[in-house]
Design a binder for this molecule. Sequence first.
Ligand code: AMP
Ligand code: ZN
Length: 122
Amino acid sequence: MSTLSHDPNCLFCKIIAGQIPSKKVYEDAELLVFNDIQPWAPVHFLMVPKLHIPSMAQLQPEHAELVGRMMVLAPQLAAQEGCRPYPEGGFRLIANTGDDGGQEVQHLHFHVIGGPRPWRKG
Ligand code: AMP
Ligand code: ZN
């Protein structure tokens, strides 16, 4: 599977292009972060690269800096969005990958899920 910069049939590419609305949490030249439309918990946002990478399975060495930046940003945005501090608070970070991984949208994304329990799932 090739890694296209933009896939016109991809839901998250459409959100990145502004063709489908989203509740934006953060944006820069390489990343968009927006709230999940069906949240499991009080805080539930999705971190996506603007580059159309279908899943973690297609990650290449040249993506390491981008993904590393996403990992560093995740706790900062979690705190900004209302997750309580570690260790009492914290959050879950999930990257569903492929059919067996339960991936529904084929554009790499990290779920960041947190806030006071109980949660709808998990
Ligand atoms: P996954 O199963 O990891 O591929 O998760 C895809 C996620 O995208 C699900 O949690 C959906 O609720 C979420 N989602 C689907 N459509 C939208 C949308 N238009 N805006 C925000 N989140 C969405
Ligand atoms: Zn895409």
